[in-house]
Design a protein around this ligand. Sequence first.
Ligand SMILES: C[S@@+](CC[C@H](N)C(=O)[O-])C[C@H]1O[C@@H](n2cnc3c(N)ncnc32)[C@H](O)[C@@H]1O
Length: 216
Amino acid sequence: MKHEEHGSIETPSAPPVARGVFSAALPLAERYAALLADAGTVRGLIGPREVPRLWERHLLNCALVTDLVAPGASVCDIGSGAGLPGLVMAIRRPDLSVTLVEPLQRRTSFLDEVVAELALTNVEVVRARADALHGKRTFDVVTSRAVAPLDRLAGWSLPLVGLGGSFLAMKGSSVQAEVDAASSAIVAAGGTLTGIEVLGGDVLDPPVRVVRVVKG
Ligand SMILES: C[S@@+](CC[C@H](N)C(=O)[O-])C[C@H]1O[C@@H](n2cnc3c(N)ncnc32)[C@H](O)[C@@H]1O
């Protein structure tokens, strides 16, 4: 990655809990945090006000989603933006094969550069809308955060999930209302809602809420 950008904001240091969450991958997570705070803000991929809370609101909560993913799984993160949650999942879990799907070139260029700079060998960046991959690719797990309301997201994500695999959508405090509104769209797309998982209640406030839908 080029380092001629200026005006970046100092990266906050990792809180003590990050060591327990990332273990041996903490140095990579720290380098990614620094890239988000530097090029990520300069290029407008992440708001400057997010930098002081990069760990609590972004890296740690995205990392915890991997608690719901089986060893060796293939993961597709749709609408990855600057790499959240997919890139963090790949950093925490080198056993996963992670495909980041993002339509905007400005964002895929950043993702390509981060993958190269961190020498991640388990990440593929695909510049496309999620629906452009329907009928072409399937994965064990499809993730997303802040991409679309759950009903629309189900239509984009479930065709990418292999039979028996899962669709995991990170959602905010209105998660129950979204689930209620999306129940018929989930069934129509071949999914079965298995619940709303709450992760990291002991280390994060608010905790991470993930809608979990199984295909088939
Ligand atoms: C608000 S950003 C969220 C980025 C990231 N997931 C995060 O949590 O920081 C939404 C992202 O979804 C992408 N997006 C919008 N429609 C999409 C689609 N149909 N397929 C894949 N990505 C899409 C946008 O380009 C954008 O990067």
